[in-house]
Design a protein. Structure first.
Lengths: 299, 302
């Protein structure tokens, strides 16, 4: 009787099941399968076992792309989270209380604006600002008498990745900021006021009130931005195309190159499979950690 | 793109809750020199964040000659829309804009419908195996599109769907509804059972219960999802880039990204492109902000 009733809901799930299987399930399994083959995208894939993975282990470009990705995580996840925390605390604890909520929300809106852009458009804006001749950044340096610092920012292997990271910080900063500020709305203002009256410095209030109160948000933001950093593709595509000479290549761009430029589909799928495993492992570790942390709080 | 989730709620909270608690608080406090120093620092930072936008607007309104003469930092001498109209015609921007709207709009509606149907079966029907289905959905949410893109490209070619807008609509309907199903299932899992029983006793069948009892309760959450799906799909890049090769089918991000990748644009055209690319999203942001904050507060009522 009970199962009967549950089965009656199956028709509602049927379209979803079919579509998920076709669009996510089967392609995902196909990708894992082709990672064990050599395949130029046409004809029959040739089974080569673990060859692609063995090749990956020795591929300097692959390891370099992961090293770059580690730096992208710094630029997209860690720096924005830390800056977001400090800015959210400053806006909530100082600006909002001393100058009123309107000033705080105008400042927040300015810092948030880059987030509403499609990430590709943000990249286009910057590739043009950073252009070697007549780019706004170089012109600004000229105007400030620092012409000697003018530079082909994205074209020089030594400055390409740092430039990309600066752009990523500019794009990302608004996200942690608004999440943390909304988390801080839970904190009673009187808590800050009492602490201030007791002589607690701004740094102490930050450390003992702000941080503990929004710990759940910090976890979520770090996880979300880290995953986004591991998947980063659009900005690399429009800013540098992984160049110059692979100086800004990341795994996601490297797999794209193998799929569509080099038509080494098997190798490309091995890269994306490794990337998937890294992301899943990271998510599991984060969720474990978060679970334990929040569990302790309840106890 | 993801950040929009959190944006509207704090806005409301900051502007309405703050003053209500203590209207004179802002004025009454002493403002030491350190508070002014922090304000100045934050204002400077906000200014720096806005410079790229200002530079884009300046140069989108210049003629190439003016740009060559005065450089990128000077304000424009007047309003010249030549760069913008040149760019508009060159990429057929009207068509591109329409494509983006069509794809994002269809995905938003279809993905919300699919999410509701799935969530009805999983959250209210409590179908067998729903725990692992939800776990799989969570997994699907974290999956990088790089791990799906080649097989999808291959399958689309086999099915003669390559370079069609419908292929992108199907793919994103499923990808977005992975998130929607997950969210709505957890909302519906807490749906008051007595309400369902009462409807059943009154002789309503499952279809009627879905639309007359469940739907009105989750409608606010659905409208928030609708907006998210629209904006997220609008901002997507990798899959549209791979799937849509002819200009007639391309979205805004793809058309601009491809042009940028070919390094075919001069400075004024580049900034005109950026301006045209950012206007729609800023517009959505302003339009949707109210829906979102309304939806989020209404969604809290269980």
């Amino acid at each position: 009787m009970r199962t009967d009733r549950k089965v009656a809901y199956l028709p509602y799930l049927a379209p979803g099941l079919v579509l998920f299987t076709g669009v996510i399930g089967i392609p995902f399994l196909m990708n894992i399968y082709t990672s064990f083959t050599e395949w130029p995208g046409v004809g029959t894939p040739e089974w080569v076992g673990l060859d692609n993975y063995a090749k990956l282990a020795e591929d300097g470009e692959f390891w370099a792309s992961f090293r770059h990705n580690a730096l992208v995580i710094v630029g997209m996840a860690i720096v924005p989270t830390v800056m977001g925390l400090v800015l959210a605390a400053a806006l909530t604890d100082l600006i909002q209380r001393h100058f009123g909520p309107r000033v705080a929300s105008v400042l927040r809106a300015c810092l948030y604006l880059p987030q509403v852009l499609p990430i590709v458009i943000g990249g286009i804006v910057w590739s043009w600002l950073l252009a070697p001749d007549n780019g706004a950044v170089n012109e600004l340096l000229e105007a400030a008498g620092l012409g000697s610092l003018a530079h082909d920012w994205l074209g020089d292997p030594s400055t390409a990745l740092p430039s990309v990271l600066v752009v990523m910080v500019w794009i990302q900063i608004g996200f942690p900021l608004v999440v943390f500020m909304s988390g801080l709305q839970r904190v009673e203002p009187s808590l800050y006021e009492a602490a201030e009256m007791d002589g607690a410095s701004w740094a102490r209030r930050f450390w003992h009130i702000t941080l503990p109160q929004i710990r759940p948000e910090i976890f979520v933001v770090l996880l979300w931005t880290t995953i986004a950093a591991l998947k980063v593709f659009g900005p690399i595509y429009v800013l540098t195309k992984g160049g110059p000479g692979g100086a800004t290549s990341v795994p996601s761009y490297y797999s794209y190159q193998n799929f569509f430029d080099k038509t080494e589909v098997g190798y490309g799928s091995a890269i994306s499979t490794v990337l998937t495993l890294v992301i899943i492992a990271l998510t599991v570790v984060f969720l474990r950690f978060q679970h334990r942390d929040l569990g302790e709080e309840e106890r | 793109m993801t950040a929009i989730i959190a944006e509207p709620a704090p806005d409301r909270a900051a502007s309405s809750r703050g003053p209500r608690r203590d209207p004179r608080r802002g004025r009454r406090r002493r403002r030491g020199p350190s508070a002014y120093a922090v304000l100045a620092a934050l204002a400077a930072l906000a200014g720096i964040m806005l410079i790229p936008f200002v530079v884009v607007v300046f140069n989108a309104l210049k003629t190439p000659a003016e740009y060559a003469e005065d450089g990128p930092l000077a304000p424009p001498g007047g309003v010249h829309l030549d760069g913008i109209t040149d760019f508009w015609e060159r990429v057929g921007f009207g068509q591109v804009l329409l494509n983006s709207a069509l794809i994002s709009g269809s995905v938003a509606v279809l993905a919300v419908l699919l999410s509701v149907l799935n969530a009805y079966a999983l959250g209210i029907g409590r179908i067998k195996g729903r725990t692992w289905m939800l776990a799989l959905l969570l997994l699907a949410n974290t999956l990088p599109q790089e791990a799906l893109v080649y097989p999808l490209y291959y399958l689309a070619k086999q099915l003669n769907l390559y370079d069609t807008r419908i292929s992108v609509i199907i793919v994103f309907t499923v990808i977005q509804s992975a998130f929607g199903t997950y969210l709505l299932s957890s909302v519906l899992a807490t749906f008051p059972r007595p309400l369902l029983e009462a409807a059943r006793i009154d002789g309503a069948n499952r279809w009627q219960i879905l639309w007359r009892v469940v739907f009105p309760v989750v409608r606010p959450t659905m409208s928030v999802l609708l907006v998210f799906f629209f904006i997220w799909t609008w901002n997507e890049f990798l899959i549209p880039l791979v799937f849509l090769i002819s200009q007639d089918n391309q979205t805004v991000s793809v058309a601009l990204g491809v042009l940028q990748g070919q390094r075919m644009m001069d400075a004024t055209m580049s900034s005109a492109a950026s301006l045209l690319g950012l206007i729609p999203t800023v517009a959505f942001f302003l339009i949707f902000q109210r829906t979102l904050s309304r939806g989020l507060t209404a969604g809290a009522i269980k």
